[in-house]
Design a protein around this ligand. Structure first.
Ligand code: SER
Length: 316
């Protein structure tokens, strides 16, 4: 039986682009979000509701044969810190329920439900490290990082249980660094300063940065983000107990980014107003990621030079 794909949070930065990509390769998609679609694709079935609605989630799995889930609905790091209870409800409780349904209906339908979970560099901590690999110290200090880690571990546990039965859940996760898009400017995250700064520089607007000039973080462009999601979900099997993978295209400090933008847009103006809730988070996240496993499993390649990466972003 040909299955359907369920996407949650399809209006977001990653969800909207993944939805389009899946439709373009002929997949049959059910798309769930708390808001109405910004644009409608004829073949997609849209549902407007919260992922915290357990009954609805159950009925989606009951009514359709869901073979793959892409679960993007979440509160980002800064929004989660301001709404810890809602972060627990959405990022943790509702995510666990979605994983449970994927696992239980996989068993019921005698198949494996493939599940994609966008994790984050927020799972690292408490100290900033360089070239972080997946097995490095993982003691997140933020609510968001803890939510992400708990879901990585929960999904991995049910994945492992499924291995013995050969039915249930196939859990796959990528730990994303800051994502930079060409056409949307995100907010609610700690890494969002970079796409915001790029956007202001392009528009000739001033930028007030909440992070200190020497703060270094890893980043990836939206195209590589989406292709990584498609690639990891396309793999027939991933022979690894560790279900989370690091990806990055480039890492740079705030100053490196602003210097680059000043070369391109000489009238660009940046001021600093360090904000503790942003800085204290960025200081616990890695400055760069080791992507060897992603390279091994789906040939993930990264830019060697951050300026080449930024050049591509601003010229798009
Ligand atoms: N980009 C996210 C954030 O800053 C991290 O996953 O919240």
């Amino acid at each position: 039986m040909k299955g359907r794909i369920l996407i949650t949070g399809y209006n977001g930065e990653l969800g909207s682009k993944t939805l389009k990509e899946l439709v373009s390769i002929g997949k049959s998609v059910i798309a769930l979000d708390i808001n109405d679609p910004k644009e409608k694709i004829h073949s997609v079935k849209y549902i407007k509701d919260t992922i915290a609605n357990k009954q609805l989630i159950n009925s989606i799995f009951n009514d359709y044969h869901i073979s793959e889930v892409y679960h993007f609905a979440a509160l980002l790091s800064q929004t989660a810190a301001q709404n810890p209870e809602l972060a627990f409800e959405i990022n943790e409780k509702a995510s666990k329920n979605l994983i449970d349904c994927s696992y239980n209906f996989g068993i019921k339908n005698n198949c494996i439900t493939r599940f994609f979970f966008p994790s984050s560099i927020a799972v690292y901590g408490p100290r900033k490290i360089e070239n972080a690999s997946e097995q490095d110290i993982i003691k997140p200090t933020t609510i968001y990082g803890n939510n992400k880690l708990i879901i990585e571990q929960y999904g991995s546990k049910l994945h492992e249980q499924s291995l013995f039965k050969k039915i249930g859940l196939d859990f796959r996760s990528i730990r994303f660094p800051g994502v930079i898009s060409y056409d949307t400017v995100p907010c609610g995250g700690t890494t969002d300063y970079a796409p915001q700064m790029i956007n202001n520089a392009k528009k000739g607007e001033k930028f007030e940065c909440k992070l200190s000039p020497n703060t270094e973080l890893p980043f990836i462009g939206i195209d590589k983000t989406i292709s990584s999601i498609i690639d990891i979900m396309d793999l027939e099997i991933i022979e690894s107990k560790l279900r989370a993978f690091n990806v990055q295209e480039a890492n740079f400090s705030v100053t490196e980014l602003s210097d680059f933008l000043l070369q391109k847009f000489p009238s660009f103006q940046i001021t600093y107003n360090e904000n503790k809730s942003f800085q204290s988070v960025a200081d616990t996240w890695p400055s760069s990621l080791n992507c060897k496993r992603a390279n091994k499993f789906w040939n993930f390649s990264k830019e060697k030079d951050f300026e080449v990466f930024l050049e591509k972003i601003i010229n798009k």
